[in-house]
Design a protein around this ligand. Structure first.
Ligand SMILES: [Zn+2]
Ligand SMILES: [Zn+2]
Length: 109
């Protein structure tokens, strides 16, 4: 019998749907991890410096479950910066330093 999913698993390719991911974000383990990161970053957007309640924790890289990500791969972002990342205005896979350079480049011009 042919199992397309089985094939993907043997190839160790991780398939993650949007739904899986939003379920992960509702998990208690993620909520605790998220709070750790917000505290570490002082509830401030790490790109533009916005401080307030409209901040999110963003994954610079996705490795396994949302809460398993190393702290270095997680950053606090305001809604505006976060949207820029997720609408591909800023390319995904950039380091925080590269994103800051992009942000300030954009502000100057
Ligand atoms: Zn920001
Ligand atoms: Zn994000």
């Amino acid at each position: 019998m042919y199992h397309p999913q089985g094939f993907l698993f043997t190839k160790k390719v991780q398939v993650m749907t949007k739904q899986d991911y939003s379920e992960q974000l509702r998990d208690k383990r993620w909520k605790l991890k998220r709070l750790d990161i917000l505290r570490r970053d002082g509830f401030k957007c790490q790109i533009c410096g916005y401080f307030g309640d409209r901040v999110n924790v963003h994954h610079l890289k996705y490795t396994g479950m949302a809460w398993d990500a190393p702290d270095n791969d997680l950053i606090t972002l305001c809604r505006e910066c976060h949207n820029k990342l997720h609408t591909d205005k800023w390319p995904v896979g950039k380091s925080l330093a590269e994103l800051i350079a992009l942000y300030y480049g954009e502000e100057i011009h």
